[in-house]
Design a protein around this ligand. Structure first.
Ligand code: SAM
Length: 420
C-alpha cells in the first residue's frame, strides 16, 4: 500500500514531463489539472482524460486496480487508503501545489447508500466522504466534484448530504447537487447518479454552475427523477440497447466469441469500435440450464417472469409476489418504452438503531447534523415502519434535504433554498 506507480520513464528518472520544455510538456501545462480519488480501475479518470483534463493522480485502496488504470490512463496511481493520505503526499505525487489544482474528483464508495445495499448508518464506508472534505480543505482545489448514488440523499434522513454540503461550505466552497441520468448523456443505461459540484469561494462562481445540459432526449436536468415513471416521449433520443450492442454476434449459452462479424451500424457502435480491427473482448454468455433457456424462449422482448406460465416458474418464484423480482427473466425490449420503476422502501434503517447510534439526533457537525456512521453497531431496536414515501411528491429536480443552503439545478437553472 502507498506505492506510487511510475508511469513513464521520465518519471522514473526524476524528470517530470510537465516540467520539461517539450511541446508535450507545454500542452500538458495548458490543460486543466485533475486528480481522481477512489478511482477504482479508472471510470471517472477515463471521463476526465477524454474531456481533455490533465489527469495527474488517481488514488485507490486496491493496488490491483492500478494495473488496469496504468494500462489505459496517464498520471500516477497511488495505491493507498485515503484515510492515510495527506495533502503533502497528494501535492507531491500529482506535482501540483496547494491552491493550484483545478479539479478534485471523488467517487467514494456508494454501497452503504445504495438502494440495493444494506443502507445502515454504521457502514464505515459511508464516512469516507470525510476524506474528501479534509483534502478539499488542505489542497484547496478550484472545484470539487463528488459522485455517488441518489440513495445518499435519503439515508439517515439526509444527514449525509447535509454533512457533505455543510462541510464544503465551511471549507470555503459553494456547492450544489443534482441527480443526473446517464441516458441523458448518451450512455445506454437508465442509471442515476448524484453529483455534487463545489466551487472555491474566491472564484466567484455561483453554485449550480458546471452541470452539463443533457445531450440526449428532450428533458432537462430535474425534469426526470429517480423512482418516478419516465414516459416514452421523454426517452426519445436515448441510446437504445440495440444501438449500443446490436453489432455483437450471437453467442450460445456457455460460449464465447472474440471477433465482430459485421461492421458497426449505429453512431454509438462506431464510437465504441473506433480504432479497433475486429477484436472483441468479454463477449460470452452464461451457461444457463436447459430449464432457464426454455423459460427465456417463451418470452417476447419486454416480457419478464410474470409472463411465464405459473408451472414453468421455479418453486421459489411460484410463491413470489408479482410486484417482487420485477426484472427476473426480463427480455430486453428493442425500442424505448415507458420505464416504470418500482418504488423502493425509502428508509429500511430501524429508527431504534439510528437513535442509539446518534444518527438522527442533533449534532454540531458542519452542515447542522451529525456525521452518521462513525458509530459502532448497537443492539437492534424494534422494527418501525419506514417513513412515508415522498418521491413522487417532491419538487422537480430537487436534491432532497440539503445543508444550510441547498442549491439544486432545475431545468438548467439554479435555485437555492434553505432546508434546515
Ligand atoms: C464507487 S467506486 C469508484 C469508482 C470510480 N470512480 C470509477 O469511475 O470507476 C469506490 C472505490 O473506492 C475504493 N475505496 C474504498 N475504500 C477506500 C479507501 N479507504 N481509500 C481509497 N480507496 C478506497 C474502492 O476500492 C472502489 O474502487
Amino acid at each position: 500500500m502507498g506505492a506510487v506507480t511510475k508511469r513513464r520513464a521520465t518519471h522514473a528518472t526524476g524528470r517530470h514531463p510537465r516540467r520539461g520544455g517539450s511541446d508535450a510538456a507545454r500542452a500538458s501545462r495548458s490543460r486543466l489539472s485533475a486528480i481522481d480519488l477512489f478511482s477504482g480501475a479508472g471510470g471517472a479518470s477515463l471521463g476526465l482524460t477524454g474531456s481533455g483534463y490533465d489527469l495527474r493522480l488517481a488514488v485507490e485502496i486496491h493496488p490491483e486496480y492500478g494495473m488496469t488504470h496504468a494500462a489505459n490512463l496517464p498520471g500516477q496511481f497511488l495505491a493507498a487508503d485515503l484515510r492515510a493520505v495527506d495533502a503533502d503526499k497528494v501535492t507531491c505525487a500529482a506535482d501540483v501545489g496547494p491552491g493550484e489544482l483545478d479539479v478534485m474528483f471523488a467517487g467514494p464508495p456508494c454501497q452503504g447508500f445504495s438502494m440495493i445495499g444494506s443502507r445502515v448508518v454504521w457502514d464505515e464506508r459511508n464516512n469516507l466522504f470525510l476524506e474528501v472534505l479534509r483534502l478539499a480543505r488542505d489542497l484547496r482545489p478550484r472545484v470539487v466534484v463528488i459522485e455517488n448514488v441518489p440513495g445518499l440523499l435519503t439515508l439517515a434522513d439526509g444527514a449525509y448530504l447535509r454533512a457533505i454540503l455543510g462541510g464544503l461550505q465551511d471549507s470555503g466552497y459553494r456547492a450544489a447537487c443534482a441527480e443526473l441520468l446517464a441516458a441523458q448523456y448518451g450512455a445506454p443505461q437508465m442509471r442515476w447518479r448524484l453529483v455534487i459540484i463545489a466551487w472555491r469561494d474566491d472564484l466567484g462562481i455561483p453554485p449550480g454552475y458546471g452541470f452539463p445540459a443533457p445531450s440526449h432526449g428532450p428533458a432537462e436536468i430535474g425534469d426526470l427523477l429517480p423512482n418516478c415513471t419516465i414516459r416514452t416521449e421523454e426517452t426519445r433520443g436515448f441510446v437504445t440497447t440495440r444501438e449500443a450492442i446490436g453489432d455483437l454476434p450471437t453467442v450460445q449459452a456457455g460460449g464465447q466469441i472474440d471477433r465482430y462479424v459485421g461492421p458497426p451500424s449505429s453512431a454509438y457502435q462506431k464510437t465504441m469500435r473506433a480504432g479497433l480491427a475486429h477484436e472483441l473482448h468479454n463477449h460470452y454468455a452464461a451457461n444457463l440450464s436447459a430449464a432457464n433457456l426454455e423459460r427465456l424462449r417463451l418470452l417476447e422482448p419486454g416480457q419478464d417472469w410474470r409472463d411465464l406460465p405459473h408451472e414453468m416458474l421455479p418453486p421459489g418464484m411460484q410463491r413470489a409476489l408479482r410486484k417482487d423480482h420485477t426484472r427476473r427473466y426480463r427480455r430486453i425490449a428493442g425500442v424505448p418504452r415507458p420505464v416504470r420503476l418500482p418504488r423502493h422502501q425509502v428508509e429500511p434503517v430501524r429508527a431504534g438503531r439510528q437513535r442509539r447510534s446518534g444518527a438522527t439526533g442533533g449534532g454540531s457537525r458542519p452542515g447542522g447534523g451529525p456525521v452518521p456512521g462513525r458509530q459502532t453497531r448497537t443492539t437492534p431496536g424494534p422494527p418501525v415502519p419506514p417513513p412515508p414515501r415522498t418521491h413522487d411528491r417532491r419538487p422537480r429536480g430537487a436534491c432532497r434535504p440539503g445543508g444550510p443552503v441547498l442549491t439544486t439545478v432545475v431545468g438548467g437553472k439554479c435555485r437555492s433554498r434553505r432546508v434546515l
